[in-house]
Design a protein around this ligand. Structure first.
Ligand code: NAD
Length: 299
């Protein structure tokens, strides 16, 4: 069993850390918000006062932070955590951030011979709780292989996407496609409803036809069509619009930097941005609530 430092115990980090404890690993945990540590300490983790205490003797350091700014500031900023980490440790950053920052932190780690991989996840808080996340890993193959026994405690699909930063690129591409697919699905369903079809019927038809996609299969955006989907509980829970907007911005920034054309991604971002302008709390709703943007007249 491994000695692990886990930094960032929010909505995702806390259940991921909990699964590592259940698997028998020894955890030292740190979060800027001390309240985030209480439940995990009760499960057997050792809470620490600062990140540098958590990483002492750690074989693996896992970070799960909001953005690239937080990740850069943790490892390279005032706290300069990188300097406190053993050179034989492996840093696993699972935050969703821009690939450039991932590469910057990885390069700094390499200069002191510490291994680093970017390993963002898909699957949301439910996947984090159930230990069924997908990990998209960027970094050296040997580092990826070393991370597998740890990541397997938190996820079921663990991919090596390529060199450093490629995990982040895979994640932003996936979420850009998801946003495009969800807005397209909401648009098609809305058109069908306005033209007299029931959402259940048209969903059944499209599921057996060439319009079939993940949003229709497991995440129908129309309230009442699927009992378990966020749409049927007032778009509460699930994956927040604000997080989708964050990921779309990462994708569009990467497109601008690389010269790639992403007109559909840009349109999806604008639709979600417009959606958040409609009501103050829309940013907190599940991303399938984009259906509301097409149905304002009927609400
Ligand atoms: P969150 O805001 O709930 O948690 C982030 C935690 O990091 C907070 O507890 C905060 O106090 C802590 N933190 C911030 N800076 C810190 C620092 N310097 N040192 C220690 N702790 C610090 O966010 P979340 O929903 O857990 O998301 C974490 C990451 O996972 C984000 O990058 C997000 O985009 C990504 N993600 C989230 C979801 C989701 O459904 N929530 C799904 C996939 C990926």
């Amino acid at each position: 069993m491994a000695q692990i430092a886990f930094i960032g115990l929010g909505n995702m980090g806390a259940p991921m850390a909990s699964n590592l404890i259940k698997a028998g690993h020894r955890l030292k945990i740190f979060d800027l918000n001390p309240a985030a540590l209480t439940a995990l300490t009760a499960q057997g983790a050792t809470s620490t006062q600062q990140a540098s205490d958590a990483v002492q003797d750690a074989e693996f350091i896992i970070s799960m932070l909001p953005s690239g700014l937080h990740v850069e500031s943790l490892y390279l900023g005032k706290t300069a955590l990188l300097k406190e980490i053993n050179s034989n440790a492996l840093i696993i950053d699972s935050s969703t951030i821009d690939a450039e920052t991932a590469r910057k932190v990885a390069a700094a780690a390499t200069t002191q011979e510490t291994a680093f991989i970017d390993a963002p996840v898909s699957g949301g808080t439910t996947g984090a709780e159930k230990g069924t996340l997908s990990f998209m890993v960027g970094g050296e193959k040997a580092h990826y292989e070393r991370s597998l026994p740890i990541l397997k405690n938190m996820g079921t699909h663990i991919f090596h996407a390529g060199d450093t930063g490629c995990g982040q690129v895979a994640k932003m591409c996936n979420n850009m496609l998801l946003a495009i697919q969800m807005t397209g699905t909401a648009e098609a369903l809305s058109l069908a409803i306005r033209n007299g079809l029931s959402p259940e019927t048209v969903s059944d038809i499209m599921l057996q036809s060439s319009g079939r996609n993940w949003s229709l299969e497991v995440y129908n955006p129309v309230p009442g069509v699927m009992d378990n989907a966020p749409a049927s509980r007032n778009y509460q829970g699930g994956f927040m619009v604000n997080l989708m907007l964050k990921d779309l911005k990462l994708a569009l920034d990467a497109a601008a930097t690389s010269g790639a054309s992403t007109p559909m991604g840009a349109l999806a971002r604008n639709l979600y941005s417009l959606h958040t302008d409609q009501a103050d709390n829309n940013g907190q709703l599940d991303f399938s609530s984009i259906f509301q943007l097409y149905n304002r007249k009927h609400q």
